[in-house]
Ligand binder design. Structure first.
Ligand SMILES: [Zn+2]
Length: 140
Protein backbone atom coordinates (compact mmCIF):
# COMPACT_ATOMS: atom_id res chain seq x y z
CA UNK A 1 0.00 0.00 0.00
CA UNK A 2 1.23 3.46 -0.94
CA UNK A 3 1.41 5.47 2.26
CA UNK A 4 0.63 9.19 2.52
CA UNK A 5 4.02 9.84 4.08
CA UNK A 6 5.62 8.11 1.09
CA UNK A 7 4.43 11.00 -1.09
CA UNK A 8 6.88 13.89 -1.22
CA UNK A 9 4.73 16.22 -3.28
CA UNK A 10 1.24 15.48 -4.44
CA UNK A 11 -2.39 15.15 -3.47
CA UNK A 12 -4.52 12.65 -1.61
CA UNK A 13 -8.27 12.54 -2.22
CA UNK A 14 -9.77 11.22 0.98
CA UNK A 15 -13.31 10.30 2.09
CA UNK A 16 -14.47 9.34 -1.39
CA UNK A 17 -17.73 7.44 -1.10
CA UNK A 18 -16.91 3.72 -1.36
CA UNK A 19 -17.47 2.51 -4.92
CA UNK A 20 -17.08 5.95 -6.48
CA UNK A 21 -13.28 6.01 -6.62
CA UNK A 22 -12.92 4.39 -10.02
CA UNK A 23 -15.41 6.79 -11.64
CA UNK A 24 -13.55 9.76 -10.18
CA UNK A 25 -10.20 8.29 -11.24
CA UNK A 26 -11.51 8.12 -14.82
CA UNK A 27 -13.27 11.50 -14.79
CA UNK A 28 -10.04 13.18 -13.68
CA UNK A 29 -8.17 11.19 -16.39
CA UNK A 30 -5.51 10.25 -13.85
CA UNK A 31 -4.20 7.46 -16.08
CA UNK A 32 -3.07 10.17 -18.50
CA UNK A 33 -1.11 12.31 -16.02
CA UNK A 34 2.08 10.25 -16.18
CA UNK A 35 2.44 10.57 -12.38
CA UNK A 36 2.48 7.62 -9.99
CA UNK A 37 -1.18 7.24 -8.97
CA UNK A 38 -2.92 4.84 -6.61
CA UNK A 39 -6.61 4.05 -6.26
CA UNK A 40 -7.50 2.43 -2.94
CA UNK A 41 -10.94 0.91 -2.60
CA UNK A 42 -12.95 -0.16 0.44
CA UNK A 43 -10.51 1.27 2.95
CA UNK A 44 -11.92 0.94 6.50
CA UNK A 45 -13.01 4.37 7.79
CA UNK A 46 -14.29 5.37 11.22
CA UNK A 47 -16.35 8.14 9.63
CA UNK A 48 -17.83 6.37 6.59
CA UNK A 49 -17.47 2.66 7.38
CA UNK A 50 -15.72 2.16 4.06
CA UNK A 51 -14.20 4.69 1.72
CA UNK A 52 -12.14 5.00 -1.43
CA UNK A 53 -8.95 7.03 -1.69
CA UNK A 54 -6.83 8.32 -4.55
CA UNK A 55 -3.17 9.24 -4.16
CA UNK A 56 -1.24 11.16 -6.79
CA UNK A 57 2.47 11.74 -6.49
CA UNK A 58 3.04 14.87 -8.59
CA UNK A 59 1.99 18.47 -9.15
CA UNK A 60 -1.51 17.76 -10.42
CA UNK A 61 -3.63 20.76 -11.40
CA UNK A 62 -6.90 19.67 -9.84
CA UNK A 63 -10.28 21.09 -10.92
CA UNK A 64 -11.97 21.39 -7.51
CA UNK A 65 -15.30 22.48 -9.05
CA UNK A 66 -15.46 19.33 -11.20
CA UNK A 67 -14.46 17.22 -8.22
CA UNK A 68 -17.12 18.83 -6.00
CA UNK A 69 -19.80 17.94 -8.54
CA UNK A 70 -18.66 14.31 -8.55
CA UNK A 71 -18.55 13.93 -4.76
CA UNK A 72 -18.85 17.01 -2.50
CA UNK A 73 -17.74 15.08 0.59
CA UNK A 74 -14.20 14.50 -0.64
CA UNK A 75 -11.34 15.97 1.38
CA UNK A 76 -8.29 16.98 -0.64
CA UNK A 77 -4.93 16.83 1.15
CA UNK A 78 -2.14 18.78 -0.51
CA UNK A 79 1.22 17.22 0.32
CA UNK A 80 4.46 19.15 0.18
CA UNK A 81 7.85 18.03 1.46
CA UNK A 82 6.17 14.87 2.73
CA UNK A 83 3.65 16.62 5.02
CA UNK A 84 0.02 17.74 4.62
CA UNK A 85 0.25 21.48 3.87
CA UNK A 86 -3.43 22.08 3.25
CA UNK A 87 -6.71 20.21 3.69
CA UNK A 88 -9.78 21.23 1.68
CA UNK A 89 -13.28 19.76 1.89
CA UNK A 90 -14.43 20.33 -1.69
CA UNK A 91 -18.19 20.80 -1.21
CA UNK A 92 -20.47 21.80 -4.07
CA UNK A 93 -18.96 24.61 -6.14
CA UNK A 94 -20.76 28.00 -5.95
CA UNK A 95 -20.22 28.61 -9.64
CA UNK A 96 -19.92 25.99 -12.36
CA UNK A 97 -18.59 26.93 -15.79
CA UNK A 98 -18.90 24.59 -18.80
CA UNK A 99 -19.56 21.44 -16.77
CA UNK A 100 -23.38 21.40 -16.79
CA UNK A 101 -25.79 21.89 -19.70
CA UNK A 102 -29.03 23.85 -19.47
CA UNK A 103 -32.09 21.73 -20.31
CA UNK A 104 -34.25 24.67 -21.37
CA UNK A 105 -34.49 24.44 -25.21
CA UNK A 106 -35.16 28.20 -25.39
CA UNK A 107 -32.06 29.07 -23.34
CA UNK A 108 -29.45 31.08 -25.24
CA UNK A 109 -26.84 28.39 -24.42
CA UNK A 110 -29.00 25.87 -26.36
CA UNK A 111 -29.02 28.00 -29.51
CA UNK A 112 -25.48 29.39 -29.12
CA UNK A 113 -23.33 26.34 -28.27
CA UNK A 114 -20.16 28.47 -28.30
CA UNK A 115 -21.39 30.33 -25.20
CA UNK A 116 -19.98 29.23 -21.86
CA UNK A 117 -22.60 27.53 -19.70
CA UNK A 118 -22.69 29.10 -16.25
CA UNK A 119 -24.59 27.78 -13.25
CA UNK A 120 -24.73 29.13 -9.72
CA UNK A 121 -25.53 27.09 -6.63
CA UNK A 122 -28.99 27.68 -5.17
CA UNK A 123 -29.12 25.18 -2.31
CA UNK A 124 -26.25 23.13 -0.91
CA UNK A 125 -28.67 20.60 0.67
CA UNK A 126 -30.90 19.96 -2.35
CA UNK A 127 -27.95 20.19 -4.81
CA UNK A 128 -29.89 22.65 -6.95
CA UNK A 129 -28.25 24.91 -9.50
CA UNK A 130 -29.61 27.81 -11.50
CA UNK A 131 -28.72 28.74 -15.09
CA UNK A 132 -27.07 32.16 -15.20
CA UNK A 133 -28.81 33.06 -18.48
CA UNK A 134 -32.40 31.82 -18.22
CA UNK A 135 -32.86 30.89 -14.56
CA UNK A 136 -33.69 27.25 -15.31
CA UNK A 137 -33.11 25.06 -12.27
CA UNK A 138 -31.07 21.89 -12.37
CA UNK A 139 -30.64 19.27 -9.67
CA UNK A 140 -27.43 17.29 -9.88
ZN1 LIG B 1 -30.41 28.26 -19.36
Amino acid sequence: MLRVDAIHKGIVLDHIQAGRGLKIFRELKLEETGYPVALLMNVPSTKLGRKDMIKVSGALDLDLAALGLLDPNITVNFIEDGVVKKKVKVGLPERVVNLLRCKNPRCITSTEPSLQSIFTLLHQETKEYRCFYCGERLRI
